[in-house]
Design a protein around this ligand. Structure first.
Ligand SMILES: *[C@@H]1O[C@H](CO)[C@@H](O)[C@H](O)[C@H]1NC(C)=O
Ligand SMILES: *[C@@H]1O[C@H](CO)[C@@H](O)[C@H](O)[C@H]1NC(C)=O
Length: 195
């Protein structure tokens, strides 16, 4: 009996050493950096598909333009205005009239990115202010070939708040365009999966 006890004690010490060592490994290498997570812990329920429709007002003229050129084209004779960058903070409204109910702003820029066709790289967030969507955003990054297509499709690559894990696409069609000023009203139909 007298010899058994120290053996048990030393086994216990070895066990404790190993287990504390493996605890360090688990917290350091698995839980601390990456781990599988039950989606319920983030409050995620069933994924749903939503359709949003609104009008985007790109106002270049007047005393209070909402879209401003920030980088000139590399060459003003270029028919595609290659290199032009315009930053915008454009109202989004329920109807085509600027006076109709505002649901948010589209904030971002479009940059002429093609030397052959009229096509823009468009980078923007839809920052919603309406109802439960107030404070939530959707992010769109894509190619807007405004010069050649009636319907321009751009990917929705993500979002925040209610739109966490969002993905989908946005379709833009021109509702009206003032050829003199460049002011445009664009209809957006946005289809997104989100939780
Ligand atoms: C500007 O564009 C025009 C039309 O495409 C072209 O003829 C001209 O050579 C260009 N100029 C420069 C400096 O690239
Ligand atoms: C949206 O949220 C902001 C900040 O919480 C608040 O000031 C504003 O009144 C809200 N707008 C609407 C339309 O609910």
């Amino acid at each position: 009996m007298a010899r058994v006890l120290p053996t048990v004690a030393s086994q216990l010490i070895v066990f404790l050493l190993i287990s504390s060592f493996s605890t360090i490994l688990v917290s350091g290498e698995e839980q601390g950096f990456a781990r599988a997570l039950d989606r319920k812990l983030l409050g995620l329920k069933k994924e749903k598909l939503s359709h949003f429709r609104f009008f985007f007002h790109d106002i270049l003229s007047g005393k209070n333009p909402t879209a401003v050129q920030v980088v000139p084209p590399s060459n003003y004779s270029s028919s595609t205005l290659f290199g032009l960058v315009t930053m915008f903070d454009d109202p989004l409204t329920l109807g085509p009239k600027l006076s109709s109910k505002m649901v948010g702003k589209a904030q971002g820029f479009y940059a002429s990115a093609s030397q052959q066709d009229v096509a823009f790289l468009m980078v923007m967030n839809f920052a919603f202010t309406e109802g439960k969507y107030n404070g939530s955003t959707l992010t769109v990054i894509g190619r807007n070939n405004g010069g050649t297509s009636r319907v321009r499709e751009m990917p929705v690559v993500g979002g925040s708040r209610l739109f966490r894990f969002a993905r989908g696409y946005a379709e833009a069609t021109t509702h009206s365009l003032d050829l003199k000023t460049g002011d445009a009203i664009i209809e957006y139909n946005v289809y997104v999966f989100h939780y």
